[in-house]
Design a protein. Structure first.
Length: 84
């Protein structure tokens, strides 16, 4: 199984995995590297580090999943397809 999600969804996914589930960014990034169709290591790993707050130079990026769903998935299509 492989796929593509946009940057905002990737950022929210990493934020949720890192800050809500307390998963190590390295494990999550390795898993998703195998599944993203547009995987590019030079971008992938640095974005994971930034989104999970390990760079030390960026503000923590903790996304509110409920707010993001209301803003970007008003009809709940993504949630109905992948979450429920």
């Amino acid at each position: 199984v492989g796929g593509w999600i946009n940057f905002r969804m990737r950022a929210m996914l990493v934020s949720f995995a890192s800050y809500t589930l307390w998963l190590d960014w390295r494990n999550t990034s390795r898993f998703l590297a195998k599944h993203f169709l547009d995987y590019e290591p030079g971008i992938h790993y640095s974005q994971f580090q930034m989104q999970s707050g390990t760079t030390g130079i960026n503000a923590l990026r903790i996304y509110n999943a409920v707010k993001q769903a209301k803003d970007h998935d008003k009809e709940g299509k993504f949630v109905k397809k992948y979450v429920e």
